[in-house]
Design a protein around this ligand. Structure first.
Ligand code: SER
Length: 580
């Protein structure tokens, strides 16, 4: 079974069970400034898990792009990735444990043909960390009814069997996880599902989200009982194809064979790290993240630099990272159109970043040579902080040259630095989860007006490439080859304010893709699967693909003011604006 077969089978299976197929959201949470990346399929659905009505109904299914960096040190082993695709189905206050678990089991055993004797499960066994929530014996009973014997059902605590919330607050609940017994364990180690010995591969997680974690750490019942499930495409594919790792599937074959060709000193772990990190970087760039020294851009920079560093260990000569990205674009282009739409920008950014890093390496090396034969921990840290020279590289060089270095002192210096930056991050991201305040909804309507006004003033080559709205400001990214003039920006601002004053009605419609196209709907990415697409019309001025929410009438938007316009990368501009 190929990845494409697996995705299709999953979507079709749940479609038959009454689910609507929804598109993958961006890796950059669109309406949630409080977290860096989309880490699970449920993340873009938080408002609906909390009770808002979803335009597609109560049963949803999709394939979602996800990125998690908490396991980055494990990448290179058999089963961990930073970027991955998650298959997910949701019940928004509709079906509950019986259906969710039975359908998971039916899909695994009937549709995918996995041997039920090799499936073990874990369930929530109760835990003082989550006071007032009892052990999930209901799920145990369902598993038993389906034929999973007591000895393959593990009752574990909240560390293993409680999911969410994504940030500090939000929907969460006990879960039941499904594991496939690969038969092999590392060096004959004995372990249970959830422990990393290579024997059990986690393939699916059914979360029963009936709680909301509040700011003061309490778990209160939600008004509706939700189901949120997640199954990793890479892992299941590995299992289905009889592999003991994810890298031998076709998702990695093109990239890894190129790495093999380019490397005169091939090492499996480094090659996997290069492949994993550049795949993640390619998808992040396609979602308009640009390498930088803070937040998302910093994570992207770190992934790219780590990949280059491992490329060096593989002794790959010259610039290579955009060549690997090209292989991933080829592998994924049918499923994710944004990769081809933005391929030129992806290559340009990767080449630029590779050039910068090579420069950092050259100047870092020059500084390193000056340090002599006793290198302090602070020296290693200074090379890292001032020149971007990776500490691992310093340690490699000192080992080669027999120089002594104070590792302990470096670790202390690094820890001090991490604590300072972590405190900063926590402060920044402490605002709670998805923001659906009135001002953000107003901002959302303003971006539709801005999008159309930019097209009116600058021409139809303008299209939106990203947006991020917080209560403080609107950020809108778009494609345009030149710098708009001050007069043009003034005109855009005027048009938006004029439409606001006209108090145009904002109307949502569910149309077929053809009808929406006929109406000239514009928008970021068209939804790929649904029969019906959701569009918003603002009077007769703007028609745009969008799930909402929006204000009812434009006068509610307030006064719109552009505060900044800048370039983000070749052919990409960014406007920052406020509502007054
Ligand atoms: N949110 C759960 C997970 O990420 C299930 O989708 O595992």
């Amino acid at each position: 079974m190929t990845a494409a077969d697996l995705r299709n089978k999953y979507l079709e299976f749940f479609e038959k069970k009454g689910h609507k197929i929804i598109p993958s959201a961006s890796l950059v949470p669109e309406h949630d400034p409080t977290v860096l990346f989309t880490t699970a399929g449920m993340h873009p659905l938080v408002p609906f898990l909390l009770g808002e009505n979803h335009p597609e109904g109560k049963r949803l299914v999709n394939v979602q792009k996800c990125l998690r960096t908490d396991d980055i040190e494990d990448v290179g082993d058999n089963w961990h990735n930073t970027f991955f695709e998650m298959l997910g189905n949701w019940s928004l206050g509709d079906y509950w444990k019986e259906e969710a678990i039975s359908w998971s089991f039916e899909f695994l055993t009937k549709e995918l043909g996995l041997d039920q004797n090799r499936i073990s499960v874990t369930v929530f066994g109760g835990d003082s960390e989550v006071p007032g929530v009892s052990a999930d014996e209901e799920s145990v009973a369902i598993w038993k009814k389906l034929g999973i014997p007591e000895e393959r059902i593990y009752r574990l605590g909240s560390e293993d069997n409680w999911w969410g919330p994504v940030g500090d607050t939000g929907p969460c609940g006990p879960d039941t996880e499904m594991f496939y017994d690969t038969g092999a364990s590392e060096h004959g180690k004995v372990c249970r599902p959830g422990e990393n010995c290579g024997k059990y591969t986690e393939i699916w997680n059914d979360v029963f989200m009936e709680y909301n974690r509040t700011k003061d750490g309490k778990f209160e019942k939600l008004n509706q009982k939700n189901v949120d499930t997640g199954m990793g495409v890479e892992r299941v594919l590995g299992v289905l194809q009889g592999r003991d790792n994810i890298y031998e599937t076709e998702l990695f074959s093109r990239a890894l064979s190129l790495i093999k060709t380019l490397s005169p000193n091939y090492k499996e772990t480094s090659a996997r790290i290069v492949a994993d990190h550049l795949r993640a970087a390619t998808f992040l760039l396609a979602d308009q993240v640009i390498p930088s020294n803070s937040e998302r851009g910093y994570v992207l920079r770190r992934l790219i630099r780590r990949a280059i560093r491992h490329g060096r260990l593989l002794e790959i000569n010259g610039n290579f990272i955009s060549k690997i990205a090209a292989e991933f674009i080829e592998t994924y282009k049918d499923q994710y159109k944004e990769l081809t739409t933005f391929s030129e920008e992806i290559f340009a950014e990767l080449n630029k970043e590779e050039g910068k890093f090579q420069k950092a390496l050259t100047s870092g090396l020059r500084e390193f040579e000056k340090l002599g034969t006793n290198i302090s921990g602070q020296d290693v840290f200074r090379l890292y902080e001032s020149y971007g020279f990776p500490p691992e590289l310093t340690f490699e060089l000192v080992a080669e040259k027999g120089i002594r270095v104070d590792h302990k002192q470096f670790e202390m210096e690094l820890k001090r630095h991490q604590e300072v930056s972590r405190a900063g991050m926590e402060k920044k991201f402490s605002g709670g989860l998805a923001d659906h305040s009135e001002i953000t909804v107003r901002g959302h309507t303003a971006t539709h007006l801005l999008h159309q006004a930019l097209r009116d003033v600058l021409g139809d080559s303008v299209y939106q490439t990203g947006s991020n709205i917080t209560p403080e400001r609107i950020r809108f990214d778009f494609s345009y080859k030149e710098k708009p003039t001050v007069e043009q920006l003034k005109k855009v601002e005027e048009v938006v304010n004029e439409k606001i004053k006209l108090n145009l009605p904002v109307k949502k419609e569910m149309l077929s893709q053809e009808e929406a196209d006929r109406k000239g709907a514009i928008g970021l990415f068209k939804q790929k699967y649904s029969d019906k697409v959701s569009i918003y019309e603002i009077g007769d001025y703007s028609v745009e693909y969008c799930g909402g929410p929006h204000v009812d009438h434009t006068s509610l938007v307030g006064k719109f003011r552009i505060i900044k316009e800048e370039s983000v990368s070749a052919g990409q501009r960014r406007i920052k604006a406020v509502l007054e």
